[in-house]
Write a protein that binds this ligand. Structure first.
Ligand code: URA
Ligand code: SF4
Length: 218
């Protein structure tokens, strides 16, 4: 059996499960090959987690992977998708300070297109390899609800046959997790081909976020 079938972050994840310790340790992760072409790992965060006592996290949002800006800045959702996410969270009246944002894989996977670095979807092996970091984050953060942004995050938690287009905005229960709601990915909305599509997708996204807001306020 090839050693490649055994890619996992597990040996790199420290026992001490606090955000600062995990965040430092993820920089040394070699659990799969994605660290090779990335600037740095991008761990999840609360908008302000410098406070000694972490606020009660209502929602953990899981995206796909860091993008170009996130890779450079070392923080999740700080580029165009993050700006749209923040705007829609505000519209859905979700307190951004109680939202922990993270990604399914922690290193940026990309391919060159001219001078640009464009996202390349992580494969199953990479997603599986990175899972121990996500589990460590869930342990520490202990959110009331998970919101999966897009198919990569949704299928990684809910199985590869899960369809965001069919089941977005509906609460999913799965063994060992808090309730999960899947919705669109803000980057997908930004890629919509017409204004009309973009507007209707944004409305769907905000509606799903409102469902999430209602659930955590109960
Ligand atoms: N898209 C993601 O999925 N995650 C980020 O952090 C930024 C863009
Ligand atoms: Fe480790 Fe995840 Fe980065 Fe792969 S993507 S090297 S498993 S942190």
């Amino acid at each position: 059996m090839s050693r490649d079938t055994k890619k996992t972050a597990a040996p790199f994840v420290p026992e001490d499960r606090t955000l600062p310790v995990l965040r430092e340790a993820v920089q040394k992760c070699r659990g799969c090959d994605l660290y090779r072409n990335a600037t740095q790992a991008v761990f999840g965060e609360l908008e302000d987690d410098s406070k000694p006592k972490m606020p009660k996290v209502a929602i953990m949002m899981i995206g796909e992977q860091p993008g170009d800006q996130e890779d450079k800045q070392g923080r999740p959702f700080v580029g165009p998708a993050g700006k749209l996410l923040n705007k829609c969270l505000e519209e859905a009246e979700i307190d951004r300070r109680k939202v922990y944002v993270t990604n399914t894989v922690k290193h940026f996977k990309w391919e060159p297109r001219g001078k640009l670095r464009v996202n390349k979807k992580p494969n199953m092996e990479e997603i599986r390899a990175c899972r121990p970091w996500l589990e460590a984050e869930l342990d520490v953060v202990s959110p009331k609800l998970i919101v999966c942004l897009g198919a990569v995050a949704a299928q990684s938690l809910l199985g590869s046959s899960f369809k965001v287009t069919q089941s977005h905005g509906k609460v999913q229960q799965t063994e060992g997790f808090p309730p999960i709601i899947a919705t669109l990915h803000p980057s997908a909305i930004l890629r919509a081909r017409t204004d009309e599509d973009r507007h209707s997708q944004t409305r769907t996204f905000v509606q799903d976020l409102r469902e999430a807001a209602a659930l955590v306020s109960r």
